[in-house]
Design a protein around this ligand. Structure first.
Ligand code: GTP
Length: 302
């Protein structure tokens, strides 16, 4: 049996229906619902299984409202994520047509590289007449070379199975990115990693090394009702390790304390949190496909 696996970036203006579609495609068991933390990272939103294929959906935070300087870096990062995905799906709203926002996205799409598979999903087709749909399909395909166009209603479920099956077929052959037994607690591991990353962001401000990732390596439910969570903060350079540790380790200690407090509140029980900082020079290359955080921020995008 040949398995397939890969990343799909779902992009579109706010309100296009991305969350609705993801919930339908992914199913409650493995969907990840953390909208809380805005980082410069591309996050995994959910993992869907379709036959022999594992589809990892990534999010593109902050893609469409670049107001402040930080947001511009996030926009660049988001496009970086889309450019690294195996397939990009642009979702638009049938009744709104080619809005200004959609035009901007089309411009951005022009820069993500030749040969990228970009599909168009026209959502909310329940709200328009079929002539409108045909016109919109034609218009959009004249503006960009989509490999495929889908007409769907994420809310009513129309066309969603066809889209998921098509996506599965587009992914490269290879082992699954997440072992089956890890998928169930993947959301919790990721939420915990994001909490720590958020605390690092708050504590370090501008000093925060861009090339930094947090992974939850180990999660143990203890018989006494507490949880032991081991996380590793990966940095790409030795010098960054010092920044994250802080003077006499005080930065990492306060990050750890803040993250643990939040985790305890979230889980409703005591948590023993252990943080380690490790240097992994090439973590971007090696971790991209296998780490819990998936696609990442690239040098030069800021
Ligand atoms: N009529 C109709 N409404 C839909 C459809 N899909 C989604 N919606 C509605 O559109 C609204 C936005 O959907 P979301 O899934 O939250 O959109 P989103 O793209 O995730 O939005 P952000 O999280 O802001 O980026 C919700 O009120 C949905 O119920 C559809 O197929 N038809």
């Amino acid at each position: 049996m040949n398995t397939r696996a890969g990343f799909v970036a779902l992009i579109g203006e706010p309100n296009a229906g991305k969350s609705t579609l993801l919930n339908r495609m992914v199913g409650a068991k493995v969907s990840i619902v953390t909208h809380k933390v805005q980082t410069t990272r591309t996050r995994i939103r959910g993992v869907a299984i379709e036959g022999d294929a594992q589809i990892v959906f990534v999010d593109t935070p902050g893609l469409f409202q670049p107001r402040r300087r930080l947001d511009r870096a996030m926009v660049a990062a988001a496009w970086g994520g889309a450019a690294d995905a195996d397939v990009v799906v642009l979702m638009i709203e049938a009744h709104r047509g080619v809005s200004e926002g959609v035009e901007r996205i089309l411009e951005g799409l022009g820069n993500i590289g030749e040969g990228r598979k970009v599909a168009l999903a026209i959502n909310k087709i329940d709200r328009v007449e079929s002539q409108v749909l045909l016109g919109l399909t034609k218009d959009m395909n004249e503006r960009y070379n989509f490999v495929e166009t889908f007409m769907i209603s994420a809310e009513k479920g129309f066309g969603v199975d066809a889209l998921r099956a098509w996506l599965a077929g587009q992914l490269p052959e290879g082992p699954w990115l997440y072992p089956e037994d890890q998928i169930a607690d993947l959301p919790m591991r990721m939420i915990a990693a994001e909490m720590t990353r958020e605390k690092l962001t708050l504590r370090l401000h501008q000093e925060l090394p861009y090339q930094l990732t947090v992974e939850t390596e180990h999660w143990e439910e203890r018989p006494d009702g507490t949880a032991r969570i081991d996380q590793v903060v990966y940095v790409s350079r030795d010098g960054h390790k010092g920044i994250v540790l802080g003077n006499k380790g005080e930065t990492i200690k306060s990050v750890s304390k803040a993250s643990r407090t939040e985790l305890e509140e979230f889980l409703g029980r005591r948590v023993h949190l252990f943080l380690q900082v490790k240097v992994r020079e090439k973590w971007q290359e090696e971790a991209e496909r296998y780490s819990e955080m998936g696609l990442d921020f690239k040098d030069g995008n800021a």
